[in-house]
Design a protein around this ligand. Structure first.
Ligand SMILES: O=C(O)CCC(=O)C(=O)O
Length: 337
């Protein structure tokens, strides 16, 4: 498996970013950008004090590796100060999750119905917490950090790297040490401003899409460091673009680049999405920046119909015409295979 270090740039301004970094469509770490006083101010006590009892909806997970496909986490609404206390501590006295016994294919006989196996309850004193801020009405509104958290707003100076009319959303992200967010892509360009705490970010090019076993915008390969190669043999072919984000760093994540993010410490970040396609190309119901552009959704629906139609044929004909269609897509719609 090939590994590449993400390029780093020092003291970049809007002109340099737009002329020589952005057009490459590669991830980039921007160091030394002025992001305001948040880096000095946003410690645990300050965050608890300024946001206090406002409620936030957070992910709570038994294991550090969060898996959106198999949903190994629950959502809980907590007061912000409680969330910060929990996310910044390794062990918890009060927790939401406990080990659920895995009975596998256990079949209930009449005897067992009245004598069920005793669950071996291991309480989750190290459960993990993760906040991704949501809009006022999460089904309709995008997250706008400055509107949602006015008492923090002045502390953060967003780097001016794109035209303000392209702004889509800004998202506050806070997580426990160790939390690993599943590999996924977003359809908009993005800067991840790491205010404090360190993160390891592994990115994969859009050209690696077929090596990542996608379910929608997410990869099925959750444990990227110890993948099950019998299940995911093509993952070996994916090229890792890896970097360590330190407090104050800004990571440019171009649209469609997959990213897998591990918090090495309790950390606070804000990411800003902006549109780089014409606004009419996007799904106007998208509040997360991850709904496929309208034309892509239509093409996927047509492909689903084509697959269904192929199933009207006997197996050997279905296989033959499926290969012809793949060939056509490869030669006419992929720039390089
Ligand atoms: O930093 C994180 O926790 C996740 C970042 C992310 O997924 C994003 O910026 O799109």
């Amino acid at each position: 498996m090939a590994k590449i270090r993400v390029c780093m740039y020092e003291n970049v301004d809007e002109v340099v970013f737009k002329s020589s970094i952005y057009p490459k469509r590669l991830p980039a770490i921007l160091k030394g950008i002025a992001i305001g006083h948040c880096k000095q101010k946003w410690n645990k006590e300050y965050l608890k004090k300024v946001i206090g009892k406002n409620e936030v909806k957070v992910h709570v997970c038994k294991t550090p590796q969060m898996d959106f496909i198999r949903k190994n986490f629950i959502y809980k609404t907590l007061t912000f100060d409680d969330f910060i206390e929990r996310a910044s501590s390794e062990k918890h006295h009060e927790y939401f999750l406990s080990e659920i016994p895995d009975y596998g294919n256990w079949k209930i006989t009449t005897y067992e119905k009245y004598h069920p196996p005793q669950p071996n309850i291991v309480e989750a004193e190290d459960e993990k917490y993760y906040l991704r801020s949501l809009g006022e009405d999460p089904r309709k509104d995008v997250s706008n950090f400055h509107q949602l958290f006015p008492t923090l707003s002045n502390d953060l100076k967003e780097p001016k790297l794109f035209d303000s009319e392209s702004f889509f959303s800004s998202v506050l992200r806070i997580g426990s040490p160790g939390v690993q967010l599943w590999t996924h892509y977003d359809v908009m360009d993005n800067i991840l401003i790491q205010v404090n705490g360190r993160k390891r970010v592994v990115l994969f090019s859009p050209k690696d899409a077929l090596n990542l076993y996608l379910v929608g915008d997410k990869s099925e390969v959750i444990d990227i460091d110890n993948p099950d190669y019998t299940k995911y043999p093509l993952f070996k072919n994916a090229t890792w673009h890896e970097c360590l984000l330190e407090p104050g760093d800004v990571l440019f994540i171009p649209a469609l680049w997959f990213h897998n993010v591990t918090s090495l410490d309790f950390g606070v970040a804000v990411n800003v999405f902006w549109r780089h396609l014409d606004p009419s190309a996007y799904d106007h119901k998208d509040v997360y920046g991850n709904k496929d552009p309208l034309a892509a959704t239509r093409a996927i629906q047509i492909a689903d119909r084509a697959i269904k139609t192929l199933h009207e044929l006997p197996d050997d004909y279905r296989d033959f015409y499926a290969r012809r269609i793949i060939g056509k897509i490869q030669s006419k719609a992929c720039s390089q295979f």
